[in-house]
Design a protein around this ligand. Structure first.
Ligand code: PLP
Length: 452
């Protein structure tokens, strides 16, 4: 709606200053060519040359409510006019209301909210709470996971991004979570995968020593690592194991929470309540940095008479909290979570399954809501990934070709290793979803060209 006329000269100036002075995350500074962005609205953003992209990545899977939702923009403006900032120790309306709205939606008795500035800090604090609550130090975390880039969070992460930071694992032990398509347990069906995964977790606990384990952390549905919906019974099984050994169960809902799966929280699909739940991203769609930990009554009580040793200057920042209040209210008023569920079930899921049948490069389609992955392969029989694990440069050419084809068609894809994730906003309309799926369908021809 506010798509401006192209202005390549302005774009060039933005780009020149960026290349001179901005040090980008997760990047070789000399090898990147960031696109200069002029604006964004709803499901789209655009560059200075007049190219508009349908955002099937939601940036980093965080703009659940789309770009520039008018109610959220207005709430930030109103809060800015009233009071931009105040220290975390005061009680203020935006923070109180944000905590109330989050607590109302989290499962079970997760009724106390510790606010942070993002997901990694939420994970850091959840782990600290679990260690202080139990007096134990080890934390068990899954391979094929992502928990953030700060000290504890990167060590918990079960993907190659951990490797360069892995000098001090700080009591972290990794285990395998279920994933039938590439089963670590060589299982043949979901029930077998679930049973073997739970037995593997119990064995890991036995050999690590249950009395030393503070917490088990899992993404409810692992996101960045491939959107692997756990088999029925797995999370309930982990809950039961945690109860048996007095281990704190942390569910990381930074990516899966706030509507992404078609429920407020992914845990709602499984009827499981963790002791601690981390959130960020969708809580306010990232309009202002915000994350947090939802805390059970039992763990909160640990810190009733004893100070919790942790906090940040900007914990529960008023601008961030005001944007969360407006986001959650808009999602409720406009049926945005229900929209994510319906579009996933009626439009995206069926279309992706058809696409998978037509393309030799699509090995598996999995997901729900607006949270889908296409596992791309060289060959459907062998399931060999389209690019090798952790490939870069020339070895990653098939995925680079696919991404370039999407962008030429006007679609901004999420690409990670041999996968593309279909993660549009929860507000995506049926016609936008169909537009994006058609571009994706065509772009997959570039991946098919690398199959054998
Ligand atoms: N946990 C999960 C499940 C995530 O997906 C992410 C980010 O992608 C994080 C934690 C880290 O969040 P942040 O980047 O806001 O620190």
């Amino acid at each position: 709606s506010t798509h401006p006329s192209p202005d390549p000269a302005a774009g060039a100036a933005v780009k020149a200053a960026d290349r001179a002075h901005v040090f980008h995350s997760w990047s070789a500074q000399g090898l990147i060519d960031p696109l200069a962005i002029a604006g964004a609205d709803g499901s789209y953003f655009w560059d200075y040359d007049g190219n508009r992209y349908l955002d099937f990545s939601c940036q980093l899977v965080n703009t659940n409510i789309g770009h520039q939702h008018p109610k959220v923009v207005a709430a930030i403006q109103e809060q800015a006019a009233k009071m931009c900032t105040i220290a975390p120790g005061f009680a203020v309306d935006a923070r109180s209301e944000a905590a109330r709205l989050v607590a109302e939606r989290t499962p079970g008795d997760l009724d106390k909210i510790f606010f942070t500035n993002g997901g990694a800090e939420a994970v850091e604090n959840a782990v600290r709470m679990a260690r202080l609550h139990t007096g134990r130090s080890k934390v068990l975390s899954a391979y094929r996971s992502y928990h953030g880039a700060t000290a504890a969070a990167i060590n918990l992460t079960g993907d190659p991004r951990r490797w360069p930071s892995d000098t001090a694992s700080a009591g972290v032990v990794h285990f395998w979570a279920p994933f039938l398509y590439r089963s670590p347990f060589h299982a043949e069906n979901e029930a077998q995968e679930c049973e073997r995964a739970l037995r593997h977790l119990e064995d890991t606990i036995a050999y690590e020593g249950p009395a030393g384990i503070a917490a088990i952390i899992l993404e409810t549905i692992p996101g960045t690592a491939g959107i692997m919906v756990p088999p029925p019974g797995y999370l309930a099984g982990v809950r039961e194991i945690c109860d048996r050994y007095g281990i704190v169960f942390i569910l990381d809902e930074v990516m899966a929470g706030f509507g992404r799966t078609g429920h407020w929280f992914a845990a709602d699909h499984f009827g499981v309540t963790p002791d601690l739940l981390t959130f960020a991203k969708g809580v306010n769609s990232g309009y202002v940095p915000l994350g947090g930990v939802a805390i059970s009554a039992e763990i909160a009580a640990t810190f009733d008479q004893r100070p919790y040793p942790g906090g940040l200057t900007y914990s529960g920042h008023p601008l961030a909290c005001a944007s969360a209040v407006a986001t959650i209210n808009a999602m409720a008023e406009e049926g945005i979570v229900e929209n994510a569920a319906a579009i996933g079930e009626n439009v995206i899921g069926p279309a992706l399954k058809e696409i998978a049948e037509r393309h030799p490069s699509v090995g598996e389609v999995r997901g729900l809501g607006v949270f889908w992955a296409l596992d791309l392969v060289k060959n459907k029989e062998t399931r060999e990934p389209l690019v090798p694990y952790n490939a870069s440069g020339a070895a990653n050419q098939p995925m680079a070709d696919f991404a370039a084809a999407c962008k030429r068609g006007g679609l901004w894809p999420f690409v990670n290793m041999n996968r593309t994730h279909v993660v549009p906003p929860c507000t995506v309309t049926e016609s936008e979803a169909k537009e994006g799926l058609a571009i994706l369908d065509e772009a997959l021809g570039a991946a098919d060209a690398h199959t054998v």
